[in-house]
Ligand binder design. Structure first.
Ligand code: PEP
Length: 247
């Protein structure tokens, strides 16, 4: 049985005041039946650790460098995230792939570095609108997920979370319909099953792309959708909690 998992990606949005208010609201009201994780920007991770002490809400980094230390100005390593109390890290978010030219090989290297440090990598995949319109959704998703499926062992993959995020639905207000999302989630689970059937049954596959309190229930009600990776709607405690508790 896969528990509902809801993750909030704050992207480059935070301040000390916002962190205090948002994390207080989430930590005090997070539903017990849902696993909740937040991804604040890197400078706020230690403050998040402080604020979430004793809470069931976990937190993680939005990015990492695959190297452990050294002359990589501006970068953050997996061991630093662990040192700050992180339990997870986003890998391969479409904004990283598009704006920072991260390749499938980078995604694999970062996923390996995260796993080696004991972090849960949230591996993000998804097609652009042009790719969907050209009927390439499955081909794109397959290529992106195969980069990790072919590069990792079943034991390593069992520690990953996958997030299907159609790029055309991220931050646009355009959500994939529950049927559209379910179709791709089932396809992804099928790809994982080619590696290992039990792995596929146990893997969490989150949906991301304009998830809101008003559409979460229907999306999360789909057989192969195990929760959400939420951007904009994770910045307001009430809205985010509505997503965490969609019943
Ligand atoms: C995201 O950034 O991962 C995301 C899904 O954003 P939004 O919910 O704002 O579409």
């Amino acid at each position: 049985m896969r528990r509902l998992l809801v993750a909030g990606n704050w992207k480059m949005n935070a301040s000390k005041v916002m962190l205090n208010e948002l994390l207080s609201g989430i930590a005090e009201n997070a539903p017990q039946q849902t696993d909740v994780v937040v991804f604040p920007p890197a400078p706020y991770l230690l403050a998040a650790a402080d604020k979430l002490q004793g809470s069931s809400v976990k937190f993680g980094g939005q990015n990492l460098n695959a190297n452990d230390s050294g002359a990589y100005t501006g970068e953050v390593s997996a061991s630093m995230l662990v040192d700050c109390g992180c339990e997870a890290v986003l890998v391969g978010h479409s904004e990283r792939r598009t704006l920072f030219a991260e390749s499938d090989a980078d995604v694999l290297a970062k996923t390996e570095a995260a796993l080696a440090a004991g972090l849960v990598p949230y591996v993000c995949i998804g097609e652009t609108l042009a790719e969907r319109d050209a009927n390439k959704t499955e081909a794109v998703v397959e290529q992106q997920i195969n980069a990790v499926l072919n590069g990792l062992t079943v034991q390593q993959l069992a520690k990953c979370v996958f997030a299907y995020e159609p790029v055309w639905a991220i931050g646009t207000g355009k959500t994939a319909s529950p049927e559209q999302a379910q179709q791709v989630h089932a396809f992804i689970r099928g790809l994982i099953a080619t590696k290992d059937e039990e792995l596929a049954l146990n893997s969490h596959i989150l949906y991301g792309g304009s998830v809101k309190a008003s559409n979460a229930k229907e999306l999360f009600g789909q057989k192969d959708i195990d929760g959400g990776l939420v951007g904009g709607a994770s910045l307001k405690a009430e809205e985010f909690l509505g997503i965490c508790n969609p019943a």
